[in-house]
Design a protein around this ligand. Structure first.
Ligand SMILES: CC(C)(COP(=O)(O)OP(=O)(O)OC[C@H]1O[C@@H](n2cnc3c(N)ncnc32)[C@H](O)[C@@H]1OP(=O)(O)O)[C@@H](O)C(=O)NCCC(=O)NCCS
Length: 235
């Protein structure tokens, strides 16, 4: 375990690296409530692990009053977490946050209210979560994922994906645009409906040709074919 002071220096260096608005070490020490919240959390997590449960919870509330950021002392948070702006961020008791994660203001790593035990999300390394995004339930957001501002993510997300919307769906995976998302991975209701309609239209076209007696099956139009293939290809 690195020395406390070196962890603090590392946190400050992280802010200077990730926030172009940060101008000096002194400014970061004084003005970044996200950092203050993380430092409070580290102390509270130690107290929590040494069974000072109520003291840890109370101090986490003090940190919330001072910073607007609520990190439950039982959560597991990796190194170099950067909470930018911060107000309204909530990290639940069983959440796990990997290393080099960035959270913007208003992010919730919360429960759905339906689960017991591990009921908050796990974020793997290098995840960036945009302002106001809600990630709910015992799901995993893979390495290097980006969650768009305002998204509501309810299903696990594979590595190297960008997710946007409500409910959150993948728009980019491994650098490639995803047109239709596999409903088993992370549902995109519009894409699922579109691909179902495309398949039905194709079947109807074939049926009409049979009834007209024109025989043989005409290939689907290019755009229909693309939608059907995209559905079969994705992820
Ligand atoms: C999700 C995000 C990372 C995507 O960035 P990107 O890879 O550059 O993607 P693009 O801007 O090219 O957008 C790709 C598509 O997703 C859509 N999109 C992007 N962000 C979105 C969001 N938050 N919600 C819904 N749709 C979004 C775009 O409209 C675009 O759709 P289109 O291709 O149909 O026009 C980024 O838009 C985002 O939300 N970042 C969070 C930033 C933030 O919270 N900052 C707070 C600073 S205080």
């Amino acid at each position: 375990m690195p020395h406390l002071l070196s962890l603090i220096r590392e946190d400050v260096a992280t802010v200077l690296e990730r926030d172009p608005a940060a101008k000096s070490h002194l400014e970061v020490y004084l003005c970044y409530s996200g950092l203050h919240a993380v430092w409070f959390y580290r102390m509270n997590h130690w107290l929590w692990n040494h069974n000072f449960l109520l003291l840890a919870r109370w101090l986490s509330q003090v940190a919330r009053w001072l910073t607007g950021i609520e990190i439950h002392p039982g959560a597991q948070v990796g190194r170099r977490l950067f909470i930018d702006h911060g107000m309204g961020v909530v990290i639940g008791e069983t959440a796990i946050v990997g290393e080099d994660v960035t959270l913007y203001q208003g992010v919730t790593l919360g429960g759905t209210g339906k689960e017991q035990g591990k009921r908050h999300p796990t974020l793997l390394d290098n995840v960036v979560v945009g302002g106001g995004a809600k990630i709910l339930g015992n799901i995993t957001v893979g390495h290097n994922c980006r969650i768009g501002a305002g998204s509501v993510v309810l299903r696990s997300v594979p590595d190297n994906s960008t997710v946007v919307g409500v409910p959150g769906h993948i728009i980019l995976r491994e650098g490639k645009r995803v047109v239709i998302t596999d409903p088993k991975q992370i549902n995109d209701p519009l894409s699922a409906a579109l691909s179902a309609v495309a398949t039905e239209v194709n079947k109807l076209k074939e049926r009409v040709r049979q009834l007209e007696g024109t025989g043989g099956s005409e290939p689907a139009s290019e755009s229909l074919q693309r939608i059907i293939e995209d559905r079969d290809d994705q992820i």
